[in-house]
Write a protein that binds this ligand. Structure first.
Ligand code: ZN
Length: 202
């Protein structure tokens, strides 16, 4: 059957049976476990992170997600002691993609969260972290890469919604913040606008 462009998997991000993407650097996080049996992957969550906050390209996000962060390396890191977190993907400022958890598994990115009345978003979501902050404009290549990666994930999984972390964990979380251009991402994803929250594209 002929596929429309929106459905054709991106050759740069072919997703294998365990949910590992070609075209991404693979760095396995121990912070993962199995999704509840029979759970469909329905939600794509967009986050931001930078470590220390507002500094980019430090390698500290990768250390945090693999439990190798030196807590003495920066005063802010003391607050992260004992934190066990991960995401499926990180998109760095230069567009490099690192994958920490196969999509078939549950990454630990959303924390306490509710989507359409349903708690524990980690169970049924994929998490993409953009290296950034709520206030600093994301890079062009981050939008390009996010669009390509999200298209590949929509082709591979029964995703039906995209939200920001702030949409499912408000007021505890504010990411991806005002700096994130939802219209630009929606244009790059090029799928049914109904996957976005109405107010996101207002
Ligand atoms: Zn987040």
């Amino acid at each position: 059957m002929r596929q429309t462009p929106a459905q054709r998997p991106d050759p740069g991000f072919a997703i294998d049976a365990s949910g590992w993407a070609s075209g991404a650097r693979h760095l396995v996080s121990p912070n993962q476990d199995a999704r509840p049996p029979g759970t469909r992957i329905e939600l794509l969550l967009i986050h931001n992170i930078s470590l220390p906050p507002g500094e980019f390209g430090t390698g500290q996000i990768e250390r945090l997600f693999t439990n190798r962060l030196d807590l003495d390396a920066h005063p802010y890191f003391a607050a992260l002691r004992g934190l066990q977190v991960s995401a499926h993907f990180l998109i760095a400022r230069n567009g490099q993609v690192t994958q920490f958890v196969g999509c078939a598994e549950r990454a630990w990115h959303a924390g306490i969260s509710v989507f359409e009345g349903r708690p524990r978003c980690n169970d049924f979501s994929l998490g993409i972290e953009l290296e950034g902050t709520d206030q600093v404009a994301y890079s062009d290549v981050q939008y390009e890469t996010l669009g390509r990666l999200a298209r590949a994930l929509f082709a591979a999984y029964p995703l039906r919604a995209v939200r920001g972390h702030s949409d499912v964990s408000s007021p505890r979380k504010t990411d991806p913040g005002a700096a994130f251009d939802w219209h630009r991402f929606a244009g790059a994803l090029n799928t049914d606008p109904a996957v976005f929250a109405p107010d996101l594209l207002a």
